[in-house]
Design a protein around this ligand. Sequence first.
Ligand SMILES: Nc1ncnc2c1ncn2[C@@H]1O[C@H](COP(=O)(O)OP(=O)(O)O)[C@@H](O)[C@H]1O
Ligand SMILES: [Mg+2]
Length: 271
Amino acid sequence: MKTIAISNQKGGVGKTTTAVNLGAGLAIEGYRVLLIDLDSQCNLTRTFIAPEMITNTLVSVLIDDKGERLPFSAAIYETHIQNLDLAASHIRLARLEKSGQFDDLFRLKDALAPLETEYDFVLIDCPPSLGVIVTQALLASDSVLIPLAAEYYAFEGTQDLEETIKSIRRSNPALAILGYVVTRFDARTTASADAYAQARTMFGDKLLETLIRSNTHLIAAPAYRQSIHEYAQNSRGSEDYMNLMHELLARMEMTQKVRLIKQERRSGSAK
Ligand SMILES: Nc1ncnc2c1ncn2[C@@H]1O[C@H](COP(=O)(O)OP(=O)(O)O)[C@@H](O)[C@H]1O
Ligand SMILES: [Mg+2]
């Protein structure tokens, strides 16, 4: 199981859009994927699950209620995409920001441990902050994917995020930056071109080759509770997120190893 936090304390940079469409892409490829919505705004949750279908959420898993917490599985819902599950958020998850004990910071990591063999990938959609919730996400992750919107001031705060990652490494030494990905790229604007050029200089080979271009289908798809790969399969958005997936798989050198496991599973289930 590879756990990837999708994080940037700026809002509107494409974290949730990336979680939805990268997660859906991996599931369509045959990987078993769990999406975790850690943002109390619940955008990721609502993209896949109607509110009336939700009973338990991560609140019951991560926050003490009369001294009791439920196992992670209580907050997991199957989505309409095969192999794609979602751990649901709730507006009250914001209360997690107040938990202060050092031990409490490992609640997500500990709760995830029993799922180790259930999923190939866990993608954590982080809230736009650098607080306790993001700390929990980074402590539970192997790597961080950082979306940057191609606009002016796109890199404000990336240094603070990098410093947060550095300090988390004292408790989670293997935490890697998987890459920076430029999103909402619009080739017609100088702001986008400037942002991309600046990203190259700042992040070098940590900048992913794949550019996620601006695409209105990406904005519309969640209203239909669909990923871009269903809503507009031939769109730029779908193409870009599939390319991102392949680039990340290559970067993680997972392609071969996980493919083998997938093949075994498929031949196992075919029997
Ligand atoms: N590549 C893109 N092209 C056009 N709009 C996008 C793109 N990526 C994200 N958006 C839109 O930008 C807004 C913010 O994206 P979102 O993924 O919610 O960011 P975050 O989770 O970082 O706050 C949303 O309305 C989303 O639909
Ligand atoms: Mg979001």
